[in-house]
Design a protein around this ligand. Sequence first.
Ligand SMILES: [Zn+2]
Length: 167
Amino acid sequence: MIAPHGGAIELNTDKQAEHVAKRLAAKGVSCWRCKGWRQGGGALERWHITSTDIHEASFPLLNTIINRHFTYAVAFHGFQENRILIGGGADDALKEEIQLAIQEAIANSIPVEIADASSNYNGDSCKNIVNRLANGNGIQIEQSLEARQTDWQPIADAIASVYNSKI
Ligand SMILES: [Zn+2]
């Protein structure tokens, strides 16, 4: 479970990664977060690094897990759109399962969609850190600010239940 843009970069994404890792602690889940803040605002502009540019050479703690060859990896993110977008290198079946779980968890209050190949947020690059961690089997979840403020925990719980049945 990772949150590369935690702290004030993408609000509550670090809490989501921590929440899922805690819920699945008995199953040996790892959790990596990078958190950034900036006095007076602008943490995103100051600290945001695109997921394809995030490399273990620059993040010592990430370097401790990069070679664990995870079966699954999930990255929690935030974006400006008014929806939740599921992407990543994982197959559609897993994305659909996650889509359903989140829709149920938030009672369809925010649209939950699967990113198509042309989307800027599909997260399917093999260089994306979430895909590198899990040999291509990464899931990237982009979420509106509202989703992260109101529903960060139900969304994280939905992720925890999906993976609880798999690991
Ligand atoms: Zn992000």
